[in-house]
Design a protein around this ligand. Structure first.
Ligand code: NAD
Ligand code: IPM
Ligand code: MN
Length: 354
C-alpha cells in the first residue's frame, strides 16, 4: 500500500485543535482510499521557544527535508514571544529553505456559507509569491533608541523569483478560465513593480491563450469586494498576496474557511499546507475554532501528493457538511462537532472511486 510521511507542526493557539481535526479527516479518507499517512509530530511553537530559546532546533529544517509534506497549524503567541521572532524562527524559514515559492489560496463560498457580499458567484485562486519581495528580511536598524534612528526594510525582487511565480500563475490560468490578473503598484513603486509588469508582458507572449491584465493593488482590493466574479487567477507579490488573501478569506465567510498550500513546484523539497489564519489567541482554548480551513488545506496536500480522488472526497464532505448548515456561522458550532459531521460524511461516502 502506498504510504506518505507527513510532518505535523500544530504550533500555537488554535493550531493544535485544527491540526488534530484535519489529521482525523485525512486518516479516515486515506483508509477508504487505499493509502496510508504516517505522521511525525514536531512540538515547535512559542512554548518550545520559551523552553529552549529557539522556535525549532538548529537542524530543524534538515529534519523536515525527508518528509513527503508538512502540515502546519499556526504559529504565534504575541503576548509572550514577539511575532517578528516566532515567524522568522519557524514559518518563514521553512517556506524559503524548501523554495515553496508558490502560495496558493482558493477563495470561494462553500454551500450554505453566507459571505458578506451581495454576490455569491466568485471563484478566485490567489497565487502569492512566497520567498522574496517585501518579506526578504533584508534591512536593518541603526542608531537604535536615539532620535536619529533609521529603519530600512528592502524589498528584493529577482528575475528568477518574479519569472517563476508569474509563470506559475500563467500555467494555473491556462488550466482554468484563461484569465490572469497580475497585481502590482507600478504607478508608485517604479523599480520593482515596473520590473514585475515588464516580466508579465514578456511571459504573456509565451501564453497567447491567457489574457493577462495588470491591476494596482488598491484597485484590486476594491474589485475583490465589488466585482469578485470578474476575477479568476490572481498573482501578487508576497505582501500584497498576504493582504489580498485575508480579504479573500473575508469574502468567503471568514478565516475559518481559507486554505493554503505553500508549493515547491519542482518537488525537490517538501511542500507545506496550512490554513491562512493564525493562532487566533482571542479564541484559543475555547474549542470553537473552525477546522474547515485546515481540513481544506489537507485536501490540497493530498492533491499535491497525487491523491486527487481522496482530495475530492474531502471537498465533497466539506461541502455536504456546510450545505447542512454545520460550521457555517462563526463561533456557533464547536471544533469537535464540525469535525464529527465531516467524518460522518466521509464515512457515508459510497462513491465508487477506485
Ligand atoms: P488570526 O488569523 O489568528 O485571527 C484573526 C481573527 O480571525 C481572530 O478574531 C480569530 O479569532 C479569527 N479566526 C482565525 N482563525 C479562525 C478559525 N479557524 N475559526 C474561527 N475564527 C478564526 O490573526 P492575528 O490575530 O492577526 O494573529 C494571531 C497570531 O497568529 C499572531 O501571532 C500572528 O503573527 C500569527 N499568524 C500566524 C499565521 C501562520 O502561522 N500561518 C498566520 C497569520 C497570523
Ligand atoms: C500568512 C501569515 C504569515 C505571512 C505571517 C504570520 C508571517 O499572515 O501566512 O498569511 O504573512 O506570510
Ligand atoms: Mn496572512
Amino acid at each position: 500500500m502506498k504510504s506518505y510521511s507527513i510532518a505535523l507542526i500544530p504550533g500555537d493557539g488554535i493550531g493544535p485543535d485544527v491540526i488534530s481535526a484535519a489529521w482525523e479527516v485525512l486518516q479516515a479518507v486515506a483508509d477508504i482510499s487505499g493509502f496510508s499517512l504516517k505522521s511525525t509530530e514536531f512540538p515547535w511553537s512559542c512554548a518550545f521557544y520559551k523552553q529552549t530559546g529557539a522556535m525549532m532546533p538548529a537542524d530543524g529544517i534538515e529534519s523536515l527535508r525527508g518528509f513527503d509534506a508538512i502540515l502546519l497549524g499556526a504559529v504565534g503567541w504575541p503576548a509572550e514571544v514577539p511575532d517578528s521572532v516566532s515567524l522568522h524562527g519557524l514559518l518563514l524559514p521553512i517556506r524559503k529553505a524548501f523554495v515553496q515559492y508558490a502560495n496558493i489560496r482558493p477563495h470561494r463560498l462553500l454551500p450554505g456559507v453566507q459571505g458578506p457580499l451581495k454576490t455569491e458567484k466568485f471563484d478566485i485562486l490567489c497565487i502569492r509569491e512566497n520567498t522574496e519581495g517585501e518579506y526578504s528580511g533584508a534591512g536593518g536598524r541603526v542608531h537604535q533608541g536615539t532620535s536619529d534612528e533609521v529603519a530600512v526594510e528592502t524589498s528584493i525582487f529577482t528575475r528568477t523569483g518574479v519569472e517563476r511565480i508569474l509563470r506559475f500563475g500563467f500555467e494555473q490560468a491556462r488550466a482554468r478560465s484563461g484569465k490572469l490578473a497580475s497585481v502590482t503598484k507600478s504607478n508608485a513603486q517604479k523599480h520593482s513593480m515596473v520590473f514585475w509588469d515588464e516580466i508579465s508582458r514578456q511571459l504573456g507572449t509565451e501564453y497567447p491563450d491567457v489574457e493577462v491584465t495588470s491591476y494596482h493593488i488598491d484597485a484590486m482590493a476594491a474589485r475583490m469586494v465589488m466585482e469578485p466574479e470578474t476575477l479568476d487567477v490572481v498573482v501578487a507579490s508576497n505582501l500584497f498576496g498576504d493582504i489580498l488573501t485575508d480579504l479573500g478569506a473575508a469574502i468567503q465567510g471568514g478565516l475559518g474557511f481559507a486554505a493554503s498550500a505553500n508549493i515547491n513546484p519542482v518537488k525537490n523539497a517538501p511542500s507545506m499546507f496550512e490554513p491562512v489564519h493564525g493562532s487566533a489567541p482571542d479564541i484559543a482554548h475555547l474549542g470553537i475554532a473552525n477546522p474547515i480551513a485546515a481540513i481544506w488545506s489537507g485536501a490540497m496536500m493530498l492533491e499535491h501528493l497525487g491523491e486527487g480522488l481522496a482530495a475530492e472526497r474531502i471537498m465533497t464532505a466539506l461541502e455536504e457538511t456546510t450545505a447542512n448548515g454545520i460550521g457555517t456561522l462563526p463561533g456557533r458550532d464547536r471544533t469537535k462537532s464540525i469535525t464529527a459531521a465531516i467524518l460522518e460524511s466521509v464515512a457515508g461516502d459510497q462513491m465508487p472511486r477506485r
